[in-house]
Design a protein around this ligand. Structure first.
Ligand SMILES: *[C@@H]1O[C@H](CO)[C@@H](O)[C@H](O)[C@H]1NC(C)=O
Ligand SMILES: *[C@@H]1O[C@H](CO)[C@@H](O)[C@H](O)[C@H]1NC(C)=O
Ligand SMILES: [Ca+2]
Ligand SMILES: [Ca+2]
Length: 209
């Protein structure tokens, strides 16, 4: 349930604001490139990854592989759902590819640090990309949701889509939950309150990275 909620909420409901990014760069080292590459990641795509996190001194702080594959994570690229260093460092990547990213503090946890991560830490991530999907804000997703092709989404269409997504992820449908989510989505996304989400309202806005 958490995965689906995170997936829907973060990607459908997130609105992004923010200013210019600092000049800092991510150092990218490709550790493995698969032989076949049908598609490369771009902003707005959903990525499924495994990752490890190391301090500058080489100590590992985190690995998503502790319980087999359970902690692989989906996120949307380019909308600051993850560290800026990831948004910058995981573009043009193939499924099956593995990268080492050296992320300066300005693109990670900055002057503050976070939890066990001290202030001004440069972090090293080893990220393996397992899967790529069309982002929820893509043209393809809109078309998939817009069942009657009138270029706007009704509450009914969003509801049908939610139900399908839940089923696809192996969760039983829950009308109460879906109704609440639809309401929430329309509150945030139906900017002109005409009861429909237009393709313009749907298309997510992100700052230039
Ligand atoms: C490596 O750096 C981290 C963060 O500064 C620190 O917590 C850890 O104790 C260090 N490990 C070693 C072996 O020095
Ligand atoms: C359905 O969702 C509602 C609201 O989130 C929750 O309170 C309820 O327990 C759920 N019902 C089932 C059968 O999972
Ligand atoms: Ca429609
Ligand atoms: Ca509208």
């Amino acid at each position: 349930m958490l995965t689906v909620l995170a997936w829907l909420c973060s990607s459908m409901l997130l609105s992004v604001s923010g200013g210019k990014l600092p000049e800092a760069e991510v150092e990218i080292d490709v550790l493995h490139r698969p032989f076949l590459c049908h598609r490369k990641t771009k902003y707005g795509d959903m990525l499924l990854v495994h990752h490890e996190l190391y301090f500058e001194n080489g100590t590992m702080l985190y690995t998503s592989r502790t319980d087999g594959d359970r902690h692989a994570m989906w996120f949307t690229l380019g909308i600051m759902e993850v560290l800026k260093g990831w948004d910058k460092g995981l573009q043009d990547m193939c499924s099956g590819e593995k990268r080492k990213l050296v992320v300066p503090p300005a693109l990670a946890y900055g002057k503050e640090g976070k939890g066990k991560i001290p202030p001004e830490s440069t972090l090293t991530f080893v990220v393996e990309l397992l899967n790529i999907k069309n982002g929820p804000r893509s043209h393809e997703s809109f078309q998939e949701m817009d069942l009657n092709d009138d270029w706007r989404l009704s509450m009914q269409e969003v509801s049908v889509y939610l139900r399908k997504e839940f089923e696809r992820h192996g969760y039983p449908p829950n009308d109460t939950l879906h109704e609440n989510m639809v309401k929430d989505i329309f509150n945030k996304e139906d900017a002109n309150k005409d009861g429909f989400i237009s393709s313009r309202e749907f298309t997510y806005k992100h700052d230039e990275l």
